[in-house]
Write a protein that binds this ligand. Structure first.
Ligand code: SF4
Length: 382
């Protein structure tokens, strides 16, 4: 297995990343939600400045790809006008939050409103350091990457360091915000940030940093089943929502639309009959729901293989009910949870992992693209 290149930062609105198809401008919607009007405006901006597609990410962000450098300033100004970016790059850097994917989470919203400003008193955290606000009662974001996690319900909020088996019980949203700041401070003071400015909580604990006992006295609540398309949750093939599909979604509801880390948009009281675009996924039984693929080659410089075309070609060969993830490299941007079959690109070929994530040991190495249909074909008992 070849280690992926870790950039140490994620693209944002203020700090876009150059990819093979132009700038990637990532919008981190405040409170992980957009209004129908904001969604329709984003669709227009994607057509005007990018590829005409909005990509939902596993960080509950919406990104516009293929933006020419000369157009970036105009796009940023438009996003600002829509209220979709933080007031400053500093505040955006401290707004790396993912909220529980529910319409009934005012508690999570209270925490998310207060936390970025509370973090402004700290020295900058590593660019990938993030907070998961998974106010329950069940945990929906247990598989979502985050360094400090707020879990539980109104009567028992728990602030937990990622990688620790238990956290600290706090009384309410205000106390949760203070505890998040304290835990982030502990992370910094105990050497969690390396000389290169990078650092993650889980790695810090695995490297034998020891949390004070007060931070490990309450276990987290149970985990909910993974969210799927259906019941108001709408996906699109590979998380790519064409502008026309976004306009249908924006016209189908008058309520805020929750942006989830499952590449699903969660609608409330929606007229689902309006959602007719063929790329939309409205139930887990839709064929596109079973396949996942990152950007891959040529747009992502870390990829040596085509991912989405490979996944589409193999989809008809997949046994019923099985999932396939095709990743351009071992970073696994498209899917963090296990798939039945995971193909990881390496030097123009693929390694095959069964029942695992991209970092599990492969069962087969170095498969050429033209070998894959034979591997997945009906003659093989997958
Ligand atoms: S997983 Fe895919 S999109 Fe992510 S860095 Fe690797 S090749 Fe690029």
């Amino acid at each position: 297995m070849v280690d992926p290149i870790i950039q140490g930062w994620c693209p944002g609105s203020y700090r876009p990343m150059m990819a093979g198809d132009g700038l990637v401008v990532r919008v981190r919607p405040p409170l992980s939600q957009v209004s129908p009007a904001q969604l329709a405006a984003l669709a227009d901006l994607a057509e005007e400045h990018g590829t005409g597609v909005i990509e939902a990410t596993s960080r509950a962000n919406l990104q516009i790809r293929g933006v020419a450098e000369a157009r970036f300033a105009a796009l940023l100004a438009a996003l600002d006008g829509l209220g979709l970016i933080a007031a400053s790059p500093d505040l955006e850097a401290r707004s790396n939050l993912i909220l529980s994917p529910s319409h009934e989470n005012s508690l999570a919203e209270d925490i998310a409103r207060a936390l970025p400003n509370a973090l402004m008193d700290l020295a900058p955290l590593p660019a990938k350091f993030g907070f998961v606000i998974d106010t329950g009662p069940m945990r929906h974001l247990a598989g979502t990457s985050g360094d400090i996690r707020v879990e539980g319900a109104k009567d028992a909020l728990i602030v937990r360091a990622d990688g620790a088996d238990a956290g600290k019980k706090v009384a309410d949203a205000d106390a949760a915000v203070l505890a998040c700041v304290d835990l982030a401070q502990w992370f910094q003071a105990s050497g969690g940030v390396g000389p290169d400015g990078r650092g993650r909580m889980r790695r810090h604990l695995a490297a034998e940093a020891v949390l004070p006992p007060a931070w490990t006295n309450t276990p987290p609540p149970p985990t909910a089943a993974p969210m799927q398309a259906g019941s108001g949750a709408v996906g699109a093939g590979f998380g790519l929502f064409p502008a026309a599909a976004l306009r249908q979604i924006s016209s189908a509801t008058s309520h805020p639309i929750r942006v989830t880390p499952f590449r699903l948009l969660l609608l409330r009281d929606a007229d689902m009959a309006r959602l007719t675009h063929p790329d939309l996924i409205l139930s887990p039984d839709t064929g596109l729901a079973a396949i996942h693929g990152c950007t891959g080659a040529p747009a992502c410089p870390q990829a040596s293989v085509q991912t989405r075309a490979t996944a589409r070609a193999l989809a008809p060969l997949l046994p019923a009910g099985k999932t396939l993830h095709v990743s351009g490299c071992a970073k696994g941007c498209a899917l963090q949870r296990p798939a039945d079959f995971t193909l990881v690109g390496r030097n123009g070929r693929f390694d095959l992992i069964r029942d695992g994530t991209v970092d599990a040991p492969p069962s087969q190495y170095g498969l050429a693209p033209d070998q894959l249909p034979h591997i997945f074909g009906p003659q093989n008992a997958l």
